[in-house]
Design a protein around this ligand. Sequence first.
Ligand SMILES: Cc1cc2nc3c(=O)[nH]c(=O)nc-3n(C[C@H](O)[C@H](O)[C@H](O)COP(=O)(O)O)c2cc1C
Length: 170
Amino acid sequence: MGEHVAQWFVRTVRQHTGRELSVIDLRTFDLPMFTDAIVPSTRTEPHPDHRVRQWLSSLNDSDGLIFVNPEYNYGLASGLKNGLDYVAHELDNKPVGIVSYGGTAAGIRSSLMLRETLKAFNVHDIGTQVAIPRVWEAFDENGRLLSGNDQAEELAVKMVEELEKLVECT
Ligand SMILES: Cc1cc2nc3c(=O)[nH]c(=O)nc-3n(C[C@H](O)[C@H](O)[C@H](O)COP(=O)(O)O)c2cc1C
């Protein structure tokens, strides 16, 4: 469902602010399971795997990031944790926000875990969060959020405005 949530977010921000966000889809990098013996922040040469290099440069090239974050078994999705384990300094000083989704808990527990993990990278954490419960029934066939999620659009716009302010300061 991550793609639906991301597309909804991008479209909402475009409609309300005219800003165009880029989507980085972690799945497209097909990252290997992290088993490196070297701690990323101590690596002196670029990572030998081109998929990891591409993932890291997409993070590096971003002014700020909004993570679209599902919840699996009360926690962070393993694919995202795996991707973050490759990060060295690519997120340093970048503003980050979270759009979570899941079952009745709307991904809140996985977002708490994600915020803890992101502390390792010296990011600027935006407090405003969008949280979408019961994601499988949250959208209509055109990808619009159904009623019951009324505050989500307002919060999405607020989050991007906060992110933009922090980008200007960094
Ligand atoms: C194995 C599994 C465990 C899940 N655990 C939770 C959970 O603990 N809390 C929750 O809110 N949703 C949970 N869900 C629901 C997922 O968050 C939901 O299916 C979501 O769409 C998954 O993201 P994805 O479609 O982008 O992979 C779980 C789903 C699966 C398949």
